[in-house]
Design a protein around this ligand. Structure first.
Ligand SMILES: Nc1ncnc2c1ncn2[C@@H]1O[C@H](COP(=O)(O)OP(=O)(O)O)[C@@H](O)[C@H]1O
Ligand SMILES: [Mg+2]
Length: 315
């Protein structure tokens, strides 16, 4: 099996004079999940569509497993499963019937189709629904069938455009769990999202895009470390509004507290040492102040801050 990869060289797209994606140089490689993170309008869908040959690049080139998408479309796309703005599945079909059609189009040999279809339905946890009508399914279940359709020809690369967007919380959680498991099958998943917590929850690496520009691509751990101050961040929530004087006067001076920021009247973000023992000390000291502490939880602050700072910075 090939090492799965997605590569872009100077990839760009303009709509008239508007530059939607500019000079994107990216190489993602290996069995892992890469989150393509950025706010709405950042250029995520446009980029993914160029990888899937759904739109022509204005500049540069995209490659799947090293194969040029423009020069050898069929070969390149035979290695990729794509879920970008897919049309709805015809409601009177069962998942099995729908997947038979997709498998046929994708050139899965007839003899292998039943096994492949069962296997992908199992991957998306829809085996029990294999012969029910899709029209009766929830949005989340339909989305899982769409993921199964993208997987039916057993591609090494899976390109997903905001797969959980528009689903209810349960549907979102189920789709995320399925995406997370895809790594086990040796696949490279390139998943766009505008939700930071989704990327930190599901992905190993993050590529941040804003206003058509790639801002960075790195592992989650590196990104967090690069931008953190060496402290862990903890959010503490209280039942009553805090007196700001108490925050700057008392909480800021507790042993182990390196920084404090009032996020809203009942919530503070504390910079604390990264060790569990040190954090336990801070927690005990906070409780002893009897301010009505109800929760004390490490925040994803560092990356969140990077995300907000980067996308707030206008050019
Ligand atoms: N076909 C199009 N014609 C004109 N502008 C477009 C077209 N498609 C996308 N855009 C613009 O390109 C920018 C990036 O869009 P898109 O890639 O859909 O962003 P994202 O998926 O990150 O939300 C947006 O400003 C969008 O309005
Ligand atoms: Mg989009």
């Amino acid at each position: 099996m090939n090492t799965p990869s997605l590569t872009s060289v100077g990839l760009g797209k303009s709509f008239g004079s508007f530059v939607a994606v500019q000079g994107l140089d990216l190489k993602v490689e290996g069995a892992k999940c890469v989150g393509f993170l950025g706010p709405n309008g950042a250029g995520k869908t446009t980029t993914l569509k160029m990888f899937a040959d759904m739109i022509f690049p204005s500049r540069g080139e995209a490659f799947i497993n090293g194969i040029s998408v423009r020069k050898d479309r069929k070969h390149a796309l035979s290695h990729a499963g794509v879920l970008i703005e897919s049309p709805e599945i015809y409601p009177s079909l069962s998942p099995t019937e729908a997947l038979e059609m997709v498998a046929e189009i994708r050139g899965v040999p007839r003899g292998e189709q039943p096994r492949r279809i069962r296997s992908v339905l199992d991957e998306v946890k829809m085996l029990d629904w294999a012969h029910q009508k899709v029209g009766r399914f929830s949005k989340g279940m339909k989305q899982r069938i769409q993921i199964a359709a993208a997987l039916v020809h057993d591609p090494e690369v899976l390109i997903l455009d905001e797969p959980s967007t528009g689903l209810d919380p349960r549907g979102m959680a189920e789709v995320r769990a399925i995406v997370r498991e895809q790594r086990k099958h040796g696949r490279l998943i390139f998943m766009s999202s505008h939700i930071l917590s989704e990327v930190t929850d599901v992905c190993d690496e993050v590529a941040l895009i804003d206003r058509g520009k790639l801002l960075f691509y790195d592992t989650l751990a590196n990104v967090t470390a690069r931008f953190s101050t060496g402290n862990a961040q903890v959010d503490a929530v209280f039942v009553r509004p805090l007196d700001p004087a108490q925050v700057t006067g008392t909480i800021a001076h507790l042993p182990g507290v390196k920084a404090v920021e009032l996020l809203d009247p009942k919530r503070v973000r504390l910079g604390v040492p990264p060790g569990a023992l040190e954090q336990a000390q801070v927690l005990e000291a906070l409780v002893a102040l009897r301010l009505g502490l109800v929760s004390f939880k490490e925040s994803t602050g560092a990356l969140e801050d990077v995300y907000m700072q980067q996308i707030a910075r206008g050019d």
